[in-house]
Design a protein around this ligand. Structure first.
Ligand SMILES: Nc1ncnc2c1ncn2[C@@H]1O[C@H](COP(=O)(O)O)[C@@H](OP(=O)(O)O)[C@H]1O
Ligand SMILES: [Mg+2]
Ligand SMILES: [Mg+2]
Ligand SMILES: [Mg+2]
Length: 422
């Protein structure tokens, strides 16, 4: 079945040039518009253009209205409330930057500075909010970004823009204002190595940077490790529809902006990013029949071997085409049952980072699913900034996992055999 592909105009950076901050090889393609007569054998999650969301700033703290957190008497309640607030504020900053990016008249400008601005701004906000909300606790943060490039002379304009954005965003919640130096220090608090001892926050300030650039999916992903285990996780997904993306074509006008959260032993929940009182418990799908299952994978072929996923899905008997989405929004969507399987097989030599999976893993686990590597081992977040794992990551519900693992291992074996015959 060939699913309909959605199309949208893609526009890039109007913000000040900061070419020194652009990682090489990561520039977006000039245009992603595709001819309507060329449907692809996969579903691509796109948004209507221009996005009609972008909720107004809230006057109450992001996590405070949740009866769920308030009712629970177990540990990590205050950490979870702080994490929700931090991720929600960071999401607001990212939305502002993405809105400027998408509504600009400047098309296809190969300048990634808005992404850089949003990544740094989001990391600074999360760091500042966690310190502010949890002042008496020791603070260790393992995060993706650092300030080295921002300290260069040519980046001073960009740094000012980030500080402005951070101040604009936090002023709705706190009567404080930060300087450029405060922002740099907040960003660099993310240099912790993590590990098996003590508590460490784990942050991806924007996961799915390429999706963010295209106006597609991205996530603010924040988790807490305690003695090497993930004990809570929050995923802010500003562009994810409130209702299932399995029916995206029918519901494309639905509201978007979801906050997923989970705390060990307490289940997983989703609320609207713009309405914290809307929370609901979520569960992975109960499907046991692969023919009824659909699977998620990275939009970017550079991030995951699409051919291998296809072979696995075929072996398992999955009928639906893959749904390609950027970021840990995949974990959130799977946790609420939009799809049954997430397959991720990076190219040889790539090392997965803990911030790309920690928050997503606990959200899925608390919703009744689980994530393993291709050998069936649970992911180990206690080894520092990287995940040491066998071949890839697979995520599904407990009923499908045994047959999925089988299909994964047989497909990898067949792939290796055919490679050795070349
Ligand atoms: N060659 C590669 N293989 C696998 N993952 C990669 C990769 N290059 C980058 N990534 C990671 O893939 C993440 C995005 O995942 P997805 O494909 O699911 O959207 C990126 O997160 P960032 O966008 O935070 O850098 C990055 O960490
Ligand atoms: Mg990431
Ligand atoms: Mg990132
Ligand atoms: Mg990155």
């Amino acid at each position: 079945m060939a699913s309909r592909v959605r199309f949208s105009r893609t526009i890039f950076s109007p913000l000040p040039s900061a070419s020194a901050l652009i990682p090489s090889g990561s520039l977006p393609p000039a245009s992603l518009s595709l001819p309507l007569s060329n449907p692809k054998p996969y579903r691509r999650l796109r948004l209507p253009f221009p996005p009609s969301h972008l909720p107004p700033p809230r006057s109450s703290p992001a996590g405070s209205a949740s009866p769920v957190a308030a009712m629970s008497s177990s540990s990590y309640d205050k950490e979870l409330a702080a994490a929700k607030k931090a991720a929600s504020l960071a999401a607001r900053l990212c939305q502002k930057v993405q809105k400027a990016l998408l509504t600009s008249d400047v098309q296809s400008k190969a300048d990634k500075s808005p992404v850089t601005v949003a990544d740094y701004g989001s990391q600074a906000i999360v760091s500042l909010v966690l310190r502010k909300e949890l002042p008496s606790e020791s603070f260790s943060l393992v995060a993706e970004e650092d300030s080295a490039d921002l300290r260069k002379d040519e980046a001073q304009e960009t740094l000012k823009r980030i500080t402005e954005l951070v101040n604009d965003t936090i002023s709705s919640e706190y009567s404080m204002s930060v300087s450029d130096e405060d922002v740099l220090i907040a960003i660099d608090s993310g240099k912790s190595e993590g590990g098996p001892v003590g508590q460490h926050w784990v942050l991806d300030p924007i996961d799915g940077t390429k999706g963010f650039l295209r106006g597609d999916q991205y996530a603010i992903a924040l988790a807490l490790l305690d003695e090497g285990k993930v004990v809570l996780g929050v995923l802010g997904c500003p562009n994810l529809p409130h209702t299932s993306i399995a029916n995206l074509d029918r519901h494309s006008q639905n509201k978007i902006g979801c906050l997923f959260y989970a705390k060990t032993g307490d289940g997983a929940y989703m609320q609207s990013l713009s309405d914290p009182s809307s929370n609901a418990k979520i569960h992975v799908t109960a499907t046991e029949n692969p023919a009824d299952a659909s699977f998620f994978e990275s939009y970017e072929a550079a991030h995951s071997l699409h051919d291998l996923s296809k072979a696995i899905a075929e072996k398992l008997g999955v009928q639906a085409p893959p749904v390609r989405i950027d970021s840990q929004a995949k974990y959130g969507a799977l946790a609420r049952g939009d799809g049954a399987i997430y397959l991720r097989f990076p190219h040889k030599g790539y090392r997965e980072k803990i911030w790309d999976h920690a928050a997503g893993c606990i959200v899925v686990a608390e919703a009744g699913g689980f994530a393993t590597d291709a050998a069936g081992n649970a992911l180990d977040f206690s080894k520092g900034r990287y995940l040491d794992l066998d071949t890839g990551i697979i995520v599904t519900n407990k009923k499908l996992m045994p047959s999925l693992l089988n299909a994964v291992q047989e497909s990898i074996k067949a792939k290796n055999q055919s490679a050795s015959h070349l």
